[in-house]
Design a protein around this ligand. Structure first.
Ligand code: HEC
Ligand code: HEC
Length: 307
């Protein structure tokens, strides 16, 4: 071969090595999730479709006002999906849109995006699922579709979901979590996790109690809460907490009562065995002398009270 005659053995070895490195880099690039930037907030088109996208955006940031029939607490979708569902590592909507339909272990079948959104109303919003073709679902899907403009489908984009933390070095601890809470969280979320209102308008959402997400919600799982908190809280000071502090305060937060799991079977032990039999959930466990779930207000919150 011509190449072999012109190149010395060490040069050939170097060449082979360079090829190998290039191949490895290409492989890594193929494995790394691609970055994505959604369209700018002000660029929703002035068309009949854009009108519904705008409704979806409003629904997302002010959910009880625009979907009162389906919301039982005082949270907005944007309370947990920051920047109106745009922020990476805060389960952004552009990254979620391209992953559905998807199989979910939570209910053991393939979920359409509409069914996924229905679950958000039932659990995170402690409410009632709108029908799949309800204008509320149509508007949310339109907003998500628009945010995901030009994204590849079926691909996990960088920033999708909440970035899970490695397992904690020390078992999460209530008292350590309580200390973190007092130092970094209570100023906004209140000493009793009750949140803060300015008149009728909620400024800081509740973290537990009747106005919060229920025991069936993703945020009640320690790994989701620790991931969300570590990446996003205290608001405006993300990265302040160590991973251990995030685990501890997630444990403290989720060791408080919140509305009952809507799948409640009538027995806390049975409901734990059916839906919460994992280290990720404190439901049905005794913490600080209280059996979690045993004093939960019924699910449905404000809907139950006739909002
Ligand atoms: C209390 C916090 C909270 C609220 C409020 C909330 N979510 Fe979520 N959401 C989560 C968590 C945690 C997850 C991920 C864990 C899981 O799969 O359950 C999630 C996941 C999602 C996903 C899937 C994301 C993905 O990448 O697969 C979508 C879509 C979604 N939420 C939409 C909504 C919408 C729409 C609303 C308002 C109607 C809403 N959420 C309200 C916490 C919340
Ligand atoms: C400066 C005020 C502020 C501080 C401090 C703060 N938060 Fe938040 N937090 C917010 C706001 C505001 C939201 C809702 C986000 C939005 O609407 O954009 C929020 C949302 C949340 C949520 C999701 C919504 C809900 O109510 O379940 C959780 C969980 C949370 N914070 C936990 C914490 C924890 C734990 C700490 C302490 C480590 C903390 N926050 C510190 C202001 C704050």
């Amino acid at each position: 071969m011509k190449l072999r005659r012109r190149l010395s053995a060490p040069a050939l070895a170097a060449l082979a090595c360079a090829f190998a490195m290039q191949a490895a880099a290409q492989l890594r690039a193929a494995e790394a999730p691609p970055p994505f930037t959604p369209p700018a907030p002000g660029s929703i088109p002035d068309t009949p479709f854009g009108e519904v996208v705008r409704q979806g955006e409003q629904l997302f940031i002010n959910t009880p006002a625009h979907a009162a029939k389906f919301v039982g607490n005082d949270l907005n979708c944007a309370s947990c999906h920051l920047d109106a569902g745009r922020r990476p590592d805060s389960a952004p909507m552009w990254a979620a849109y391209v992953l559905y339909p998807a199989y979910r272990a939570k209910n053991g079948h393939v979920n359409t995006l509409a069914e996924r959104l229905q679950g958000c109303f039932r659990y995170s919003m402690n409410g009632k699922p709108p029908a799949a073709d309800d204008p509320v679902i149509v508007a949310l899907e339109s907003y998500m579709f628009w945010l995901a403009s030009k994204a590849p489908t079926g691909v996990k984009l960088a920033g999708q979901g909440y970035r899970k933390l490695p397992p904690p070095a020390a078992k999460p601890d209530y008292l350590r979590g309580q200390e973190v809470y007092g130092q970094y969280c209570a100023v906004c979320h209140g000493a009793e996790g009750q949140g803060q209102k300015n008149g009728k308008h909620w400024v800081f959402p509740a973290l537990w109690g009747d106005a919060s997400y229920n025991w069936g919600a993703g945020m009640h799982q320690l790994s989701n809460a620790a991931a969300f908190i570590h990446a996003n809280m205290p608001l405006g000071q993300a990265g302040l907490l160590s991973e251990q502090q995030a685990w501890d305060v997630a444990y403290f937060m989720n060791a408080h009562e919140r509305p009952q799991d809507p799948r409640y079977t009538g027995s806390v032990a049975d409901t734990r065995a059916k839906y919460h039999d994992t280290e990720d959930s404190l439901y049905g466990l005794e913490v600080q002398g209280h059996l979690l779930g045993s004093a939960a207000p019924p699910s449905g919150g404000k809907l139950r009270a006739g909002r």
